[in-house]
Design a protein around this ligand. Structure first.
Ligand SMILES: Nc1ncnc2c1ncn2[C@@H]1O[C@H](COP(=O)(O)OP(=O)(O)OP(=O)(O)O)[C@@H](O)[C@H]1O
Ligand SMILES: [Mg+2]
Length: 1003
């Protein structure tokens, strides 16, 4: 496999691009390779198809459009590792297998998950085909990011743009591969941040954006001052201004994005009304009167809140300072202490902010919704808050870290565990790889009746005030000697020193975290009933909508936040388990957010807890690909004469014959009980390439002309498949023996109805006839007599064929274009690739390529001729130069096609100019005009768009600027820019006619 490795490492020549190829699987070798690559800004490395990404903390020039184009439709291992390669691979697999996928992006806070998910979305926005209509869906998907980040991200100690909510986004694709819709599921927003921030942290970005960037009028209307220092809820972390964040610019982006996702102006006003009401709430202060009851210290802020939320000021004041107890017929008002009042105020702020966030997600979902009911496949992107440890960790950190624990469990299940279980079930010889299974920690947190969440629930819901001490005691009772749980009481002497009495510590997969049990209880605070009732009557449309669904009168025991979160994660796991998984593991390069710093200890720790070494060991020893025998056989059987068209025996035997024929080496695959296991992805890719090539050939055999297979796939095969040449000879001979046997059988059964005995023979007869026919086609359409007599089994073919040649384009060109009659005898080809290898459109996966032909393209301004390759896919025509896409013309924006009525190859594409990306009409000359346009008509359904024009063809050089193509005659065919600025096309045919006129005029 040295050639292959050589080829792989040669691409960027720094370290090794796939850890699977590493010489030794030690931590040191792993780290050294990562470091080597990181020092040269190569942040991506594979472990098989898993992508490891190291946060560079600086802008790298690897996410531009050119890079995207490079990665479109390539085979995964052909280019240096990149997030685009993974995105593309998932996309291509989804299209060919027509199933659902998800990309799991994990890593601790600040490792680069959110950035990664944005890169993937941007890639799809550029790489998937799309119509103008769909562009709007695409814009909405892209624009949902700045909005959700403004409301759901904040600066923390770990990350200046830390996601404080979990996000799972489905991107829906139709069978053509167009991105047609999207849907977001959001997970538990860290609401406590609205009212409290630790030192060095901020509230959610949107508050600062509004205060810093909001227009004067708006701020005036909302009663806000342009000064973050003025607001209690913004200043507890003492870092309202951060150098890496430009709140003023971000404000503009968010405002613009809100428009794109269809939030009406009136709702935008309501939205910022809510945001500012939170700021005013935070400034409401309470004082204690002589009886120890809370009273409001300032009325202004209260008035603003009541104003902005559209609730009665007196009732609001009452709600903030009294608890209303409804007895049978009366209400009893029980006054709050200052602490209680603050608690009520904060609960209100958190509730309205949290509900508003959900409202936003719903609105985004409505705007991205695809209403077309036809079947879609999806790629899900999971970007959730990463594992984090702070000095003080409360309920939110507990949820966030539990969530990461669950995702790690999912990863283990889908890769390490299930993989090894499968080998065992399939009877594959296997040396088990040991790994740490964190299921024990998940159980500790979530087990029914016994886990921490259950105990937390009981404490929160039982009557009377729960205290942290009772909570802690219950925990100690139940978890007493769990290896991942420690409290002050349970700890040994050494550990005890590091624990406060009210704390409990979990030994997570990613590290130890000490939680404050007091904060775990109180941070769950719920809105008092009377405030909830009041807020339900809000005149602010968004608040009203949010709270109207909440059943204020319900006396049912509510689910606690922790339990809700637990069930939502359970549901998420189910969603993900039903899809094919792809993994991106993000690593944080250093704690200080600095570019170029590779903190070895920090990275070693992450590599360890993410289980990357174990993953590597399983990958190295294991098999990249597996498929049930029948499925594998069904797809690849055309690759082997013995399995095509039918294999009569056991599928397993068929697969064995097939892979023998393909030349798989014994150590490259294993036969399980029901599945074939293929060790390296490259073996599969080579097989898939061969399949693509073969599909072309199969198509050919049944159409009119046999031709040499296109070169797309062949070169790939040659590079991918070691020793394939040598094996071919041997195979050919074996194959010949089989074929001759079959041939004889076929000959004997040739008169019978088509069956497996004679079908290949008949195909041979047909092909043979067509080959001969190619060289003996009748000279004109009208000549019905000189067709080569067909063999008996093909009598109907001749008939069809003579119709085929004429009919296919007769409606469009017959009797209209001068050169048409001569063209009829020329056979059509399925595609034409110039011998010039540089035009090979490698940018296309052959699945997409429908037809390709060399053309001369004339520049719009100087009409300079440029040799190009024109490629047709299902949705667009591409002008290609040396494997680069120069121009894309979507069929939807191709409003007309003009050709002259004369003998020339000029073709004009008239392109809708509303599309700002298009530069005007496209003028080309093509030697295979009839073939090209017939293909285009069939693929793009454009029969009615083709016009045969007499005189000159009008063209639009750019919006509003016209020119024309004129035609004339001369001695030599020429195309040039004439003095009048038109493109002059001179043809020679008439010269011959002239000579014949002159000759005939002679005596
Ligand atoms: N590929 C990248 N190129 C350049 N900078 C990056 C890249 N990935 C991440 N960063 C930098 O790291 C910062 C943190 O990344 P990101 O917000 O994606 O982390 P995260 O994993 O989502 O963290 P959290 O769990 O806190 O949400 C980014 O704001 C950016 O400055
Ligand atoms: Mg994030």
């Amino acid at each position: 496999s040295l050639d292959m490795e050589g080829a792989l490492t040669a691409r960027d020549r720094v370290g090794i691009q796939d850890f699977v190829l590493l010489d030794e699987t030690t931590d040191a070798a792993f780290l050294s390779n990562l470091k080597k690559r990181f020092s040269r800004d190569l942040i991506y490395t594979y472990i098989g198809t898993l992508l490891v990404s190291v946060n560079p903390y600086k802008e790298l020039d690897i996410y531009n459009k050119k890079q995207m184009e490079t990665y479109m439709g390539i085979n995964f291992f052909e280019l240096p590792p990149h997030i685009y390669a993974l995105a593309d691979n998932a996309y291509q697999t989804m299209l060919t297998e027509f199933d659902n996928h998800f990309i799991l992006i994990s890593g601790e806070s600040g490792a680069g998950k959110t950035e990664a998910s944005k890169k993937i979305l941007q890639y799809y926005a550029v790489s998937c085909p799309s119509t103008t209509l769909l562009n709007t869906v695409r814009d909405k998907m892209l624009m949902s990011n700045p909005v959700l980040e403004a409301f759901g991200n904040a600066k923390t100690l770990k990350n200046d743009n830390s996601s404080r909510f979990g996000k799972y986004m489905d991107i829906q694709f139709d069978s053509q591969g167009d991105a047609v819709g999207g849907h977001i599921l959001n997970y538990l927003l860290e609401k406590s941040r609205v009212v409290h921030q630790n030192h060095g942290e901020r509230n959610f970005h949107i508050f600062y954006q509004l205060v810093e960037g909001g227009e004067d009028d708006l701020l005036h209307q909302l009663g806000l001052e342009r000064d973050a220092q003025h607001y209690n809820y913004l200043t507890q972390g003492e870092c309202a201004i951060v150098s890496s964040i430009n709140d003023r610019n971000d404000w503009k982006t968010v405002k613009n994005a809100l428009q794109i996702i269809n939030i009406e102006e009136i709702n935008t006003n309501h939205l910022f009304g809510i945001v500012s009401s939170v700021l005013h709430l935070g400034n409401i202060r309470f004082e204690s009167n002589s009886k120890g009851q809370a009273v409001l210290a300032n009325n202004d802020e209260l008035r603003w809140v009541s104003n902005l939320l559209g609730v009665d000021a007196r009732s609001l004041q009452e709600g903030l300072t009294y608890r209303k107890i409804e007895a049978r017929h009366d209400q009893v008002l029980s006054p709050f202490t200052v602490d209680h009042a603050i608690y009520a105020r904060d609960a209100l702020a958190k509730a309205i902010y949290g509900q508003t966030f959900t409202w936003l997600v719903n609105r985004i979902n409505e705007s991205m919704e695809n209403k077309d009911p036809s079947r879609k496949t999806v790629i899900g992107l999971l970007d959730i808050y990463g594992f984090e440890v702070f000095y003080v960790n409360s309920f939110e950190q507990f949820c966030i870290n539990y969530c990461n624990e669950k995702l790690q469990q999912l990863f283990i299940q889908l890769t390490l565990a299930s993989e090894q279980e499968e080998y065992e079930a399939e009877g594959i010889e296997w040396e088990p790889v040991q790994f740490f299974n964190n299921k024990i920690i998940c159980d500790l947190v979530e087990e029914k009746h016994r886990g921490i969440i259950s105990i937390l629930d009981e404490e929160c819901l039982r009557p009377g005030d729960a205290t942290d001490l009772t909570f802690l005691e219950r925990l100690e009772d139940k978890m007493g000697n769990h290896p991942h749980f420690v409290t002050h009481k349970l700890a040994d002497k050494m550990t005890r020193k590091t624990l406060e009495r009210g704390d409990f510590r979990l030994l997570h997969y990613a590290g130890e975290v000490t939680y404050c049990s007091h904060l775990c209880l109180t941070r769950q605070n719920v809105l008092f009933f009377s405030l909830l009732k009041l807020i339900c009557q809000s005149k602010n449309a968004i608040v009203k909508e949010c709270f109207s669904t909440m059943d204020a009168d319900s006396r049912r025991r509510p689910e606690t936040v922790a339990t809700q979160f637990k069930s939502s994660l359970l549901k998420l796991t189910e969603i993900l388990m039903a899809k094919e998984a792809w993994y991106i593991r993000c690593l944080k390069s250093n704690e200080s957010k600095q570019p170029g710093q590779f903190d070895e200890a920090l990275i070693r720790h992450q590599v360890k807890y993410l289980g990357l070494m174990e993953h590597l060991r399983v990958r190295r020893a294991g098999f990249a690909y597996r498929r049930k025998f029948d499925v594998f056989l069904k797809r690849y059987k055309p690759l082997c004469p013995a399995t095509w068209p039918h294999w009569r025996g056991e599928p397993a035997d068929g697969v064995e014959v097939l892979v023998q024929h393909l030349g798989y080496l014994p150590n490259e695959y294993k036969m399980g009980r029901t599945k074939i296991f293929i060790r390296h992805p490259r073996t599969l890719y080579a097989t898939e390439d061969a399949f693509e090539k073969c599909k072309h050939e199969l198509g050919e055999r049944t159409s009119a002309v046999y031709y040499q297979c296109p070169v797309f796939a062949t070169t790939k095969i040659e590079t991918c498949w070691r020793g394939v040449q040598a094996r071919k000879e041997r195979e050919k001979r074996a194959w010949a023996v089989k074929v001759i046997k079959k041939f004889i059988k076929g000959y004997m059964n040739r008169g019978q109805a088509k069956s497996s005995d004679n079908s290949e023979y008949l195909a041979f007869v047909r092909q043979n006839y067509l080959n001969r026919l190619k060289n003996h086609l009748p000279k004109t359409v009208l000549d019905k007599t000189s067709w080569l007599p067909p063999p008996a089994v093909l009598t109907e073919v001749r008939h069809l064929l003579s119709r085929y040649c004429v009919k296919k384009h007769s409606n469009i060109f017959k009797g209209k274009k001068e050169s048409y009659p001569q063209s009829v005898a020329q056979p059509f080809m399925d595609t034409r690739i110039t011998s010039n290898q540089t035009h090979k459109p490698t940018v296309f996966h052959s699945v997409f390529l429908q037809y390709s032909v060399p053309v001369i393209k004339y520049d719009r301004n100087g009409f300079k001729p440029r040799p190009r390759q024109l490629v047709l896919t299902q949705t667009a025509a591409y002008v290609i130069e040396e494997a680069k896409i120069k121009q894309r013309v979507l069929y939807t924006s191709l409003k007309g096609i003009s050709v002259s009525n004369l003998t020339d190859g000029i073709i004009v594409f008239h392109i809708t100019c509303e599309d700002p990306k298009q530069k005007g009409d496209l003028v080309m000359q093509c030697d295979h005009l009839f073939e090209f346009l017939t293909k285009l008509c069939v693929i793009a359904n454009k029969q009615n768009a083709v016009k045969v024009v007499q005189g000159s063809i009008k063209i639009e050089i750019q919006a509003g600027k016209e020119s024309a193509v004129d035609f004339s005659t001369g001695h030599e065919p020429m195309v040039y820019k004439a003095k009048n600025g038109h493109l002059m096309v001179v043809r020679r045919v008439l010269f011959l006619m002239m000579t014949s006129c002159v000759l005939s005029a002679l005596p």
